[in-house]
Write a new protein. Structure first.
Length: 302
């Protein structure tokens, strides 16, 4: 009997109740995106209902642009986190590391230590008992159940050996709660105050803020669904590319377990490939800037 065959399914082994919910994960996955939607709807309703508030047509494209930028920046954290810090497909120098760290905070990825440890287990037990988000156990579990109910033994695992000397990773992990509070609450609060004191449009500010929050929520769920669920299923090509646009190429998952140590998820050549796999494109740009080196690329993508 193999070790894997003796391991219980994670969705069955972990106690699931209201008392054991990981509320930080619930807030990140459900409550915060819902608050963004409430703020956006409230801004639109108040702008239409009250004469003292002005709602312009061009606020809509600004909101869409803010949402797209939020999705892009979140992917600029998760992409290098996954490909470089997780799978060691190359090296990023400190300016790039700082950008990646803050984008991971924006994406609400929680502890980098836990992120890497969970993903290591996923590759060790992919689609078997022991996989933290095995879609064969439950699609809901693979989507968000595994982050809503956590095993304390998982959270107790130490920082992976290859990251123990990375000062930026250690700083981001040690202060990720404080940095999250500053980035997601203090900074928006200061912006609202500046706009109010300067006589600017609070409606436009609320629309931009809500769009950023909603964009982060879209990217969050596109990643967990696109990688953990649909990435392990046979899906139409158009759907694969839709998820790829929302995840910077992370949802292009068919090849990933065969060659995980690749900085690119699509061939290096081709404008469309570089547009869809923009997490990989960002790493190529970092290399040009001297911020990344020793990038490894799967043979089929070189």
């Amino acid at each position: 009997m193999t070790i894997e065959s003796r391991i219980r399914a994670r969705s069955e082994a972990i106690l699931k109740s209201w008392q054991t919910l990981n509320w930080a994960s619930v807030f990140s996955a459900i409550i915060y995106p819902a608050l963004g939607a409430v703020v956006l709807l409230s801004a639109l309703v108040l702008g239409l209902a009250l004469d003292g508030l002005t709602l312009r047509w061009w606020y809509a494209p600004i909101g869409v642009a803010a949402m797209g930028l939020s999705i892009f920046l979140c992917n600029m954290g998760i992409g290098p986190l996954h490909r470089i810090w997780q799978h060691r497909a190359g090296e990023i120098k400190w300016p790039g590391q700082v950008i990646v760290m803050f984008n991971c905070i924006l994406a609400m990825q929680g502890s980098l230590k836990d992120w890497v440890n969970y993903h290591s287990q996923h590759h060790r037990f992919a689609d078997q008992a022991g996989d933290p988000h095995n879609p064969n156990e439950s699609k809901f579990w693979a989507w968000i159940g595994w982050i809503m109910w956590r095993d304390e033994n998982d959270l107790a695992r130490p920082m992976p050996m290859w990251l123990k000397e990375n000062k930026v990773v250690l700083f981001g992990d040690r202060y990720h709660i404080s940095l999250s509070l500053v980035l997601h609450f203090l900074v928006p609060g200061v912006i609202y105050a500046i706009v109010a004191l300067s006589g600017g449009s609070l409606i436009l500010t609320a629309i931009i803020h809500a769009s950023v929050v909603i964009g982060r929520g879209i990217q969050f769920h596109a990643t967990t669904l696109g990688v953990n669920v649909f990435g392990h299923m046979k899906t139409p090509l158009w759907f694969d590319y839709l998820l790829a646009f929302l995840t910077g190429g992370e949802a292009l998952h068919d090849h990933h377990h065969e060659f995980p140590k690749s900085a690119l998820h699509l061939p290096k050549k081709g404008f469309f490939n570089r547009l869809v796999d923009y997490n990989g494109t960002a790493l190529l740009v970092m290399k040009r800037l001297g911020w990344a080196k020793n990038l490894q690329i799967a043979p089929q993508f070189a």
